[in-house]
Design a protein around this ligand. Structure first.
Ligand code: ADP
Length: 463
């Protein structure tokens, strides 16, 4: 591979935002390269559940959810982030959610479940599209195939280390290393930073938020280490909201990985503590649930559901690999009886029975949760099988990052765009405020990935 290479657009980071940017730029006629520091592509976007919030989607229509709007989703998003997200950015994200999802479906070829949507915590409607298999594998596989077909070189094991500016302050190239070799990727139109967050960099997490210390493991892909934020800061980029770091409440106490199998929570599974008592609304925001769990005895909780709830999204079957692994680890148990579930984890059965009896009573009375106001409503749990899994919070998403404008241009410390530098995805810090709502990362990375790719391609044409 030549040490110096010339492109119109250089995209750094082959996760969802990077692929969206690269494909979009290429489709606008730009000569694009996508570089990735890890041996494989996908980043957090691959291991994520990859659900994507889309108001007015074809699935909502089919399910007769007719009263959702971008404005409603924007209101939920801003509120969910304590009004620290940028309303203009959130507006662009929510208005473009539907056309972007249609693009993923029709151009990229992503298969979404046809008759199921999730209602993540903090959302007032069921609006998250679910990719087939309930993980990012469906999305990243389709993107990889499309990039290949379109002739976009995707270069792995290639780590961007420096953004090069010309004498006018325009970003014109990226210096990168692969093994002990150095490469320069010239970018006529622009560079798109799509390097993700820093959740897997424990030191950096603690530096910006000392509350999230050594006690926390991470759900994140190993490449989520955030050096690119410093690289961009060196080139003049403004970092904002860096202390807003989200822990995901429901993770494996041993490895820290997310328990996607426990997504049954979005269909009615309840959270109980070691005493067998509920303690928080199951569809609360992630930060609220995480903090509530940390206050319980042992700083962990259990997610409990039965077949009546499980049959809705069938997470046990869909996440069979997790099911086998968690069961083998001894953090998950399946039982025909509630007593069996309680006994396995030494939860006082009388307490758990009282909790579940009360849930059943409220389910019978229409599902209204008089205790914790579960906004999805409570479901009957009177019959088995029962599924129970132990869970702890783990570092998940870094809301802070580069300040961008609605064109995905990176802003400097005076709020002025840095010519030739775009950013999209978790590397940016403007969308989510203090707390990202579930299903909003995919909407954010796809909408702004495309905007960044489009902007950089347009710059290349103009020069
Ligand atoms: P997003 O959801 O914002 O797309 P992801 O975590 O899915 O973020 O993807 C970011 C990708 O960027 C990861 O695959 C990560 O390994 C890669 N990456 C991070 N830093 C660099 C870097 N300096 N050079 C190249 N790739 C990087």
């Amino acid at each position: 591979m030549p040490a110096v290479q010339n492109y119109d657009v250089v995209v750094i980071g082959a996760g969802g935002a990077g692929f969206a940017a690269a494909v979009e730029a290429k489709s606008k006629g730009a000569n694009v390269v996508l570089i990735e520091k890890m041996p494989t592509v996908g980043g957090n976007s691959l291991i994520s559940g990859a659900e994507m919030n889309v108001p007015n989607s074809w699935v909502q229509n089919k399910l007769n959810i007719k009263d959702d709007t971008p404005a409603r989703m924007a209101a939920d998003t801003l509120k969910g982030g304590d009004f620290k997200g940028d309303p203009e950015i959130v507006g662009v994200m929510t208005v473009n959610a539907l056309p972007t999802a249609e693009w993923l479906r029709d151009t990229v070829g992503v298969n979404f479940e046809k008759d199921n949507v999730f209602q993540f915590g903090g959302h007032s409607r069921k609006r998250a599209l679910i990719p087939e298999g309930h993980t990012g594998t469906e999305v990243i596989t389709k993107f990889s195939a499309l990039a290949d077909k379109m002739g976009i070189p995707v270069i792995t094991n290639m780590k961007a280390e420096e953004l090069v500016k010309d004498k006018d302050g325009r970003v014109v190239a990226v210096k990168a290393v692969s093994g002990d070799k150095e490469y320069t990727f010239n970018a006529k139109g622009g560079v798109v930073l799509a390097t993700g967050g820093f959740g897997a960099n424990a030191q950096m997490v603690k530096k910006y938020n000392p509350n999230i210390d050594e006690r926390f493991k991470t759900t994140d892909a190993p490449g989520t280490t955030g050096e690119a934020l410093y690289m961009a800061e060196k080139a003049g980029g403004q970092l904002v909201n860096m202390g807003y770091i989200q822990t995901y409440p429901i993770c494996d106490p041993i490895s820290g990985v997310i328990e996607l199998i426990a997504d049954a929570r979005f269909d009615g599974a309840i959270l109980v503590n070691q005493e067998g008592k509920r303690f928080v609304e199951e569809l609360e925001r992630r930060d609220v649930i995480s903090n509530a769990i940390l206050k319980q005895p042992g700083a962990y909780c259990y997610v409990l559901w039965n077949d009546n709830i499980g049959k809705i999204s069938n997470t046990v079957k869909i996440h069979d690999t997790e099911y086998q692994a968690f069961t083998k680890q001894g953090i998950m148990h399946t039982s025909d009886t509630l007593k069996g579930a309680a006994d396995f984890f030494h939860i006082p059965y009388a307490n758990l029975k009282a909790t579940v009896d009360r849930v059943n009573q409220m389910a019978k009375d229409g599902g209204k949760d008089l205790d914790f106001h579960n906004r999805g409503g409570l479901k009957d749990m009177s019959t088995g099988k029962y599924y129970i899994i132990k869970a702890v919070p783990s570092t998940h998403h870094t809301m802070g990052g580069l300040k961008i404008n609605t064109k995905a241009e990176v802003l400097d410390k005076n709020g002025k765009p840095i010519p030739g530098l775009f950013a999209a995805g978790e590397v940016t810090g403007t969308t989510h405020g203090t707390n990202r709502l579930g299903g909003n990362a995919y909407t954010d990375i796809m909408v702004f990935g495309r905007i960044a790719g489009d902007g950089a391609a347009a710059e290349a044409k103009a020069r």
